[in-house]
Every structure is written in structure tokens, then in C-alpha cells.
Design a protein around this ligand. Structure first.
Ligand code: PLP
Length: 360
């Protein structure tokens, strides 16, 4: 059986060593020493000044919206994981979708301005598959219309644009450290901002808005994460470069073998590095996709229609709406298996099957 993804697990001993320390200190959560160490090491690894380790990538988005005091319309992409949209609705704001670009699969920056109304307060865009949005164009639009920018960087761990961490763009960027992501702490998330005041505010929000023993700053939530999760994050950080190298090799193998397959890959941002978080293909037709998917399923090889369906017409709490490119692409996109210990022989097998199914 070949799953579409598999969480990376470090050598058990590495993890247990850190867990023994937790037993000694008897400090389990509430920004303990491992959580603080993880924040420091991640800042160093990513090359950024400020960052918060939080519960998960969804709470990170909700805290970002809350901290920026956004209450109105938020322009966003219908081609993302549901948490991007649900966070907007959860915070009492209104998502306004803008269609994606067919090549990059990110929000089409050239269509953002026509969606702006007097109630628009922010743009919340996803770096889909870790591929950076057109951050320069989005920044220009945001300045012109006085909008805040939040990036859902759940897929974008380690990606750089012009040598700078992708998380440094926008007012706030978030990341998910969920077990299925490229780099993980079992459950976990990150919030990044360049603004020290905003960081302070989000740190307070993370801790119920408590300011002292008997006083409160603002409306907060429990956005903290535990020492056990931090320990997994710390250990996995030692392996993240190896994981990326493996995934790079797998990705190259897919590309070599699938030259004649009727599909295209998302066009990557020209000034950005890649993190090999996913291997998505946009197939020639939905028919071909269904044939490939069921053919591979029959061989116990599992792929994922990620993202499908469009968030703009699948959520029971929103009026369904059509977006031409998103509807088309989401019906034809398929993510192939990609994880650290997938072998090149397995990749060859997957590709042989795909070419055979296509040509049948
Ligand atoms: C995984 C994911 C999230 C949510 O992150 P969690 O840590 O699972 O809460 C949000 N947005 C995108 C695009 C994701 O892929």
C-alpha cells in the first residue's frame, strides 16, 4: 500500500530524551522551556525576528484576524483547505472570493481590485502547495486601499522569496505544523509578523488575553501549545533538511517519468525556492483524473483530490458561487504520493501505471 502522505517520525530515542526532561521539570505546557527553545530555533532556521508557536494552523489564522481587528469583508481564495475560509466565518467576517490564476493556482492578484468594496478590510491568501502568491502585487493593492494582508502559509514552511522567508510578507503569516505537513510538531502552528506590537498583542491573545494575576488586556483564547508538541518540533527540525532532500529527489523522479503524461504542474513563483511539500498535477480532463485515481486505487496507491471541491460552492454555511478557473482546476487536480520514505522504485511504479492507464 502506498498512501498519499505519511507523517515523518524521528528515531524514538531522540524524542524520548526530551520527554525525560519534561518528567524531571514537571512543566507540561504554558510556554515551557521546550516551547521557548522551539520558537528560538525556528526563528533562527527561518531567518525571521518574531514568531509564536501556537495550537495549530487554524487557530493561528483566527488569532491573526482577531489581532488585526478585522470585522468586515475579507478577500480570499476558493482554492485552499477549508480552514482558510472557515476561520474568516468563525471570526464573524465575510469571505469574498476571488478566482485563482490557472497557472500558479494562487489567488489572481489582477482580479482583487474589482472585488474590493467599502467594507473590505483585508486580503487572506494561501500560498498554495507552498508556491508563493504574487506578494508584491498584493502588497501594492493593499497599500492603495488600506487593507491588511494575512497569508495562510500552512504549506510554505522554509520557502524563501528573493532570499527572504515567505513568512515575512504581509502583516501576518501563519503556518501549520500538523502531522501531515512537511515539517510538523504533531499538532501545531506558527504566527509570524514583523511588527513587535502586533506580536505582543497576539502573544497576549494566545494566553486568554491575561495581562497579570488579576487583569486582562483584551479578548483572548487558549492558543498555547504543549511541551510534548514542542519536543516533536525540536527533534523534527534536526531532520527537516534531510526530509527536503528526499522529497526533492522524489519530485525530480516524478518529473522525469511523467514527461509524456497529459497534465501540467503549477507554475512556481520565479523568485522563490521550493519546499516540495506536495506533488500536484492538473490533468487534461476530469475523466482522465477519475480513470487514474480509480486505477491507482485498485493497486493500493492512494492519491488525493486536493483541493476539491471549490470552497466557494461546497460549504453549507455559504451561498454557493461559481468561479470559472477554480471550478475547472479543482475538478482536474490530483496530488500524488509524496513522503520522506517513498522509494524511487515506488515512484517509477506509480508513473508506469499512470502512463498505462492514460494510454488505454
Ligand atoms: C493544514 C492547513 C490548515 C490548517 O492547519 P491545522 O494545523 O491543521 O489547523 C490551514 N490552511 C491550509 C491551506 C492547510 O493546508
Amino acid at each position: 500500500m502506498i498512501p498519499v502522505t505519511k507523517p515523518f517520525l524521528p528515531p524514538e530515542g531522540d524524542y524520548l530524551k526530551l520527554i525525560q526532561g519534561i518528567w524531571k521539570r514537571q512543566w507540561l505546557t504554558n510556554m515551557g522551556p521546550l516551547a521557548s527553545e522551539l520558537e528560538m530555533k525556528l526563528k533562527d532556521y527561518l531567518g525571521i525576528d518574531h514568531l509564536l508557536f501556537v495550537t495549530n494552523g487554524t487557530v493561528a489564522l483566527q488569532m491573526a484576524i482577531k489581532a488585526l481587528e478585522i470585522t468586515g469583508e475579507i478577500i480570499t481564495t476558493p482554492f485552499s483547505f477549508v480552514a482558510t475560509t472557515s476561520s474568516i466565518v468563525w471570526e464573524g467576517c465575510t469571505p469574498v472570493f476571488v478566482d485563482i490564476d490557472a497557472q500558479t493556482l494562487n489567488i489572481d492578484a489582477s482580479k482583487i481590485e474589482e472585488a474590493i468594496t467599502e467594507n473590505t478590510q483585508a486580503i487572506l491568501a494561501t500560498h498554495v502547495y507552498g508556491n508563493p502568491c504574487d506578494v508584491i502585487a498584493i502588497e501594492r493593492i493593499a497599500k492603495r486601499h488600506n487593507l491588511k494582508v494575512i497569508y495562510d502559509g500552512a504549506h510554505a514552511f522554509g520557502v524563501k522569496v528573493n532570499g527572504r522567508s515567505i513568512f515575512e510578507y504581509g502583516d501576518v503569516s501563519t503556518c501549520s505544523l500538523h502531522a501531515t505537513k512537511l515539517y510538523h510538531s504533531i499538532e501545531g502552528g506558527l504566527i509570524v509578523t514583523k511588527c513587535p506590537d502586533l506580536l505582543k498583542k497576539m502573544a497576549s491573545i494566545r494566553n486568554f488575553g491575561i495581562s497579570g494575576f488579576d487583569s486582562f488586556n483584551e479578548l483572548g483564547i487558549n492558543g498555547k501549545n504543549s511541551e510534548f508538541h514542542a519536543a516533536m518540533g525540536l527533534v523534527n527540525l534536526e531532520y527537516v533538511n534531510d526530509i527536503q532532500e528526499r522529497r526533492n529527489a522524489i519530485t525530480n523522479r516524478y518529473k522525469e517519468q511523467l514527461g509524456n503524461f497529459k497534465a501540467y504542474m503549477p507554475l512556481w513563483h520565479k523568485d522563490a525556492s521550493q519546499n516540495y511539500a506536495y506533488f500536484p498535477l492538473v490533468l487534461e480532463s476530469e475523466d482522465l483524473l477519475l480513470k487514474i485515481k480509480s486505477g491507482l486505487d485498485g493497486n493500493e496507491i492512494f492519491t488525493r483530490r486536493y483541493f476539491y471541491p471549490s470552497l466557494a460552492n461546497a460549504l453549507p454555511y455559504l451561498e454557493p458561487k461559481e468561479y470559472k478557473i477554480t471550478d475547472d482546476v479543482s475538478r482536474r487536480v490530483l496530488c500524488l504520493p509524496l513522503y520522506h520514505d517513498l522509494t524511487l522504485e515506488e515512484v517509477d511504479l506509480i508513473c508506469r501505471l499512470m502512463l498505462r492507464i492514460q494510454n488505454n
